[in-house]
Design a binder for this molecule. Structure first.
Ligand code: SF4
Length: 211
């Protein structure tokens, strides 16, 4: 039988299509791999790494992080993540992750693990003591003022002149503590933190974020 080039392509194409006909119905479902995130709890959060503050969906199952992906509803990243954010689960599932606070006493060379309650008590004690020791109700400052000159000018009048004087002002501030915020904090957390540290009288308040 003579088979033209065109006939050959028709025959072989039909054979290929028959050979690759997809499975249907339950057979198709049986072949589909089960989704890794099936039945997992989804929690929205913010990437703690940098000041971009991408929104993240964290999937947990049996108390373990099993998947992390960008939140499509996050207005900053719209579902995308950089490689660092996409590998966030490695921070949680990491045997080297520090789970307890570390403390190095003044003058000591070594850090040692301490209990959270002990660390919180220490922080509260030091904040209170430092605030009590460094809180100022008033402070002196140099300001410019206008006043009549003590001596008359050539026309016999006492001109108005500008002088620098030191005055005492009510300040009610704590100069002994500074606070640095974190890009991992959201708007509401930053608001609460501002309320807290300003209620202590802090004026040196900074933030790491560069948004
Ligand atoms: S995902 Fe990347 S870009 Fe976004 S906040 Fe995290 S580190 Fe920054």
């Amino acid at each position: 039988m003579d088979v033209s080039r065109r006939d050959f392509l028709k025959i072989s194409g039909g054979t290929l299509l028959l050979g690759s006909s997809p499975a249907t119905g339950s057979a198709q479902e049986a072949q589909a791999p089960e989704l890794r995130i099936k039945g997992a709890k989804v929690t929205t959060t913010i990437c703690p790494y940098c000041s971009v503050g991408c929104s993240i969906l964290v999937y947990t199952k049996d108390g373990k992080v099993i998947n992390v992906e960008g939140d499509p509803e996050g207005p900053i990243n719209e579902g995308t993540l950089c490689p660092k954010g996409a590998s966030l689960s490695q921070m949680y599932n990491n045997p080297a992750r520090g789970m307890k606070p570390l403390y190095r006493a003044a003058g000591a060379a070594e850090w040692k693990e301490v209990e959270w309650d002990w660390a919180f008590d220490q922080i509260a004690r030091k904040v209170k003591d430092t605030r009590d020791r460094t809180f100022k109700t008033t402070a002196k400052s140099k300001v410019k003022e206008k006043k009549k000159a003590d001596t008359p000018d050539e026309s016999g009048l006492f001109p108005e002149i500008e002088v620098t004087v030191e005055k005492e002002f009510t300040v009610n501030r704590c100069d002994g503590i500074a606070h640095v915020g974190s890009a991992a904090m959201d708007n509401e957390e930053c608001y609460l933190m501002q309320k807290l540290v300003r209620s202590w009288g802090l004026v040196y308040i900074e933030h790491q974020a560069r948004i």
